[in-house]
Every structure is written in C-alpha cells, then in structure tokens.
Design a protein around this ligand. Structure first.
Ligand SMILES: [Zn+2]
Length: 169
C-alpha cells in the first residue's frame, strides 16, 4: 500500500459524512488547542473534541511561539477565547539541540553556502524540561499583548504511555 493510497478510507469517510456540511467556521467551544505534531497524539480523541468545536494548532513540540500567527487569526477573526497548550512525554523536542540540528543540516550539504547562511541563527525550539516548556509557553501567551486575555490560558502534559493529561500551568 502506497502512502498516498488513502482513497478507500476517504470513500468510507465521505459516505458517512453526515451533517458536517452544516458546520460553521467559528469553533463552537471557542477553544484553541496548541499541541505537538507527534503522530501518536490524537487530540480530538483524547480531549473528546467533535468536528467544528475547536482549533487544534499543531507543530513540532506544540510551541506557542510557532502557533502565534494561527492563534491571532483564531481569536480575532473566528471568536475563540480559551487556549490550552499541551506538550507530551517522550517528545522529540527533548532529544536534540539547535546547534546539533544546524550542524546536521550543514553536513548534509557540504560547501553549500546558501544552506549554511539559511540555517544560521535558525531556532528550532527544543526543550530540556517538559513541564518547564509548558509553563514557559503559557507565560509567553499570557505576556504577549497580541493574545486576548478574556479566556483562560492553561498548560498540560499528555502522557504517551497512558493517554492521560495532567495540568501543569
Ligand atoms: Zn512531540
């Protein structure tokens, strides 16, 4: 089976599409979830979110800074209020440093000055402590003047061993 062979699955999905065509753009629970792109995480399932209820913004690590553009659009144009930041145990972001990844990229393209120039100073946002990374991201959002403060901003850790979330901020 090819990676692009998703037609059968999509046929089944579309056959059972129900009344999803009636969903509106603004998330009904006025909720933003910022979390990691890790393939093991299924935020809609582990948080019980239905289609149309929340914006789930995902990137490597679930970093708030990386999600800022989407958060602003979500709040200012689509009416969301509460923000939930969820990082997770065994995250890949705990396993490397900026300088190590920069070196790896440069070593893959020896002598390529465009690459070495492009990667210079690029920050990938790895973190050394999981709970601290969540607290830092919550503080970042609470202190960012562009983020609306009418809803709650909380931080959580998802455990890939148990599927449980626990609040840390
Ligand atoms: Zn991760």
């Amino acid at each position: 089976m090819s990676n692009l062979d998703f037609q059968p699955a999509n046929d089944r999905y579309a056959a059972d599409f129900g009344d999803r065509a009636l969903l509106s753009i603004p998330p009904t629970r006025k909720l933003i979830v910022v979390t990691c792109m890790d393939a093991r995480l299924n935020p809609s399932e582990f948080l019980g979110l239905k289609d149309g209820e929340a914006h789930v913004i995902r990137n490597a690590g679930g970093l708030a800074k990386d999600a800022l553009r989407s958060i602003i659009i979500s709040q200012r144009l689509l009416g969301t209020k509460d923000i939930v930041v969820i990082h997770h145990s065994n995250c890949g972001m705990l396993t490397f440093t900026d300088s190590a990844l920069r070196s790896k990229i440069k070593e893959a393209h020896p002598g390529d000055t465009a690459i070495s120039e492009a990667v210079k100073g690029l920050e990938f946002g790895p973190f050394a402590n999981l709970d601290d990374s969540v607290r830092d991201d919550v503080s970042y959002l609470k202190n960012n003047p562009l983020v609306l403060k009418e809803g709650s901003i909380t931080g959580w850790v998802y455990d890939v061993e148990t599927g449980k979330v626990r609040q840390v901020a």
